[in-house]
Design a binder for this molecule. Sequence first.
Ligand SMILES: Nc1ncnc2c1ncn2[C@@H]1O[C@H](COP(=O)(O)OP(=O)(O)OP(=O)(O)O)[C@@H](O)[C@H]1O
Length: 236
Amino acid sequence: MEERLEVLKVHIEQAGYEGQSDVIKKIHFDVRQGELVGLLGPNGAGKSTTIKSILGLLKDFKGEISFLGERRSYAYIPEHPILYDELTLWEHMEFAAAVYELDRTVFLDRADDLLRRFRLLDEKHHLPGKFSKGMQQKIMLILGFLNKPDVYIVDEPFIGLDPKAIKDFLGMLDEERKRGAGILMSTHVLDTAERICTSFVLLSGGRLVANGTLQDIQKQCGMPDAPLFDCFHSLL
Ligand SMILES: Nc1ncnc2c1ncn2[C@@H]1O[C@H](COP(=O)(O)OP(=O)(O)OP(=O)(O)O)[C@@H](O)[C@H]1O
């Protein structure tokens, strides 16, 4: 079988904020090509702090984050849309394409495909400030998928999307995994995580509680065949 490379290596010794520099400690895990890793844990467990560490946003950080290749090729899809009031949807896409230095033909192809998939073709010249929350969230997905990066870092994608949009999103993630991208996704929606993730990183109180496939985690908590939800509660 073809070797699957690590697209993201996370070695956090400690990270945090002014006043508490060790909110999270000793968080070590990898994301390989084709993997969808679920980043799970109760409120305040340290998922966002872990994501901020990976994105290089924390001053108080000790450890090492490595991406595959010299150029960090990743897309971050935030939980809450971050959009410019004065730019139309299409202008957001053009802006992202310029930042990613996408070839014009490739951009136009991908842009058309993504707008169709997420059913925003008719709104492409509208200002997103007037869009619904779900529609704004879909823009963040479109901007993330435009670049086809090595790594996706997705923060709680399921809140606010309708079932059809979730299905479109999951279909797109699947295609990207098959292409060789690796995905790290934080979520509280455990039944969906159990269905789609290839492995899990479970955090609690800023520490790594479990890291592995569902089978590994079932073994760790001595509950073979138990759903992720039950393992999660047993381990916490
Ligand atoms: N900007 C900040 N300044 C200081 N402390 C913070 C800051 N952001 C988060 N924290 C603290 O860090 C800890 C971990 O929070 P974090 O946001 O990483 O958790 P989370 O797992 O993402 O939670 P949730 O599921 O509620 O989003 C919490 O105790 C929180 O109070």
